[in-house]
Design a protein around this ligand. Structure first.
Ligand code: NAD
Ligand code: LMR
Length: 331
């Protein structure tokens, strides 16, 4: 039996992601939590004739604890999205507290669950989650993931259009680092199959992958950021449930705490000591089984991108850690 919980289930990402989960044979029980409308979303989804049961909870009557009880996987798309002119860091003020409080609920109710964080800024919200779990004595780095799959999905789509591949799914480009602007680093040198990016297209392609989120924010013109492509990407990352169910050999880039994952220390050395970094991670029934080192054959240009990413990431990580230190009794 696998129970998946979506925190922020009534939102732009939460609803389509919950729909995909309700339609998935991997999930037996789906629990939806939000500060608004989650019982409505649950009632709606529950009419779909697939086996997963669906229940919706609001904060009243201890709803968060009830939603999380017995969870195997918790995915968190709760929090504000960007509007034009904002950076992801501008969301910190509101979303840091939202993520902290939800993680406190997880630490108390289902500390062994896999935790997948979508809420931005991911580069800070994942360190916040780690610090909260540490404060509760239940931190397990192999179970905490920042979802960076949308960057991988975009890299595949945009690279395919540059190299003229009609089916983008055939192109896999590892994307490492973090999840904002220049902390996002596509490694074309490690793509499978091998791709040749024309010299005059390289800089624009990198930029498009790094700032793909801005494209959507601008097009939505005040109505939010990526939701449908994010639900697709979040569901793709939820193939982690295959690993929960015992399947081996699943490797996906994801943002993890390197010192707590096998192979992570070697990767950490290669990225200038930064503790949180997205790299391809092998997943197993107990979570992150191994962080793989993708830097062996990187090009000089990629090394330059990585150096820039490391700097930005460290600042974002420090902000998250500092926020939890200042949180006092809210923990
Ligand atoms: N990691 C990624 O690649 C990625 C991609 C897209 C969006 N995002 C981020 O995901 C988040 C959600 O985006 P969205 O478009 O779904 O926003 P949205 O505003 O449509 O939905 C957010 C939902 O969170 C709920 N919420 C707010 N506070 C809550 C709390 N304390 N507990 C539970 N639920 C709460 C809201 O009621 C709302 O339903 C944003 O922070 C956005 O930046 C991340
Ligand atoms: O761009 C955003 O703010 C949302 C998300 O992080 C994205 O990459 O689309």
């Amino acid at each position: 039996m696998v129970k998946a919980v979506v925190l922020g289930a009534a939102g732009g990402i939460g609803q389509p992601l919950s729909l995909l989960l309700k339609n998935s044979p991997l999930i037996d029980e789906l629990s939806l939590y939000d500060v608004v409308n989650s019982p409505g979303v649950a009632a709606d989804l529950s009419h779909i004739n697939t086996p997963a049961t669906v229940t919706g909870y609001l904060p009243k009557d201890d709803g968060l604890a009830k939603a999380l009880e017995g969870a195997d996987v918790v995915v968190i798309p709760a929090g504000l999205p960007r509007k034009p002119g904002m950076t992801r860091d501008d969301l910190f003020q509101k979303n840091a507290g939202i993520v902290r409080d939800l993680i406190v609920g997880i630490a108390k109710t289902c500390p062994k669950a896999f935790i997948l964080i979508i809420s931005n800024p991911v580069n800070s919200t994942v360190p916040i989650a780690a610090e909260v779990l540490k404060a509760h004595g239940v931190f397990d780095a192999t179970k905490l993931f920042g979802v960076t799959t949308l960057d991988v999905v975009r890299a595949s789509t945009f690279t395919a259009s540059v190299v003229g591949e009609k089916d983008p799914r055939k192109i896999a480009v590892p994307v490492v680092g973090g999840h904002s602007g220049e902390t996002i680093v596509p490694l074309f040198s490690q793509a499978s199959p091998k791709v040749e990016i024309p010299e005059d297209k390289y800089a624009d392609l990198v930029k498009r992958i790094q700032f793909g989120g801005d494209e959507v924010v601008k097009a939505k013109d005040g109505a939010g950021s990526a939701t449908l492509s994010m639900a697709f990407a979040g569901f793709r990352y939820l193939t982690i449930v295959h690993a929960v169910r015992g399947e081996k050999g699943i490797v996906e880039p994801t943002f993890v705490y390197l010192p707590g994952v096998a192979g992570g220390e070697e990767v950490q050395k290669a990225v200038g000591g930064v503790e949180f970094f997205a790299v391809p991670v092998e997943l197993g029934p107990n979570g992150a089984a191994k962080a793989t080192n993708p830097f062996g054959g990187v090009t000089e240009k990629e090394k330059e991108l990585l150096a820039i990413a490391q700097k930005g990431l460290q600042t974002n990580i420090n902000a998250g850690v500092e926020f939890v230190k200042q949180s006092g009794p809210k923990l």
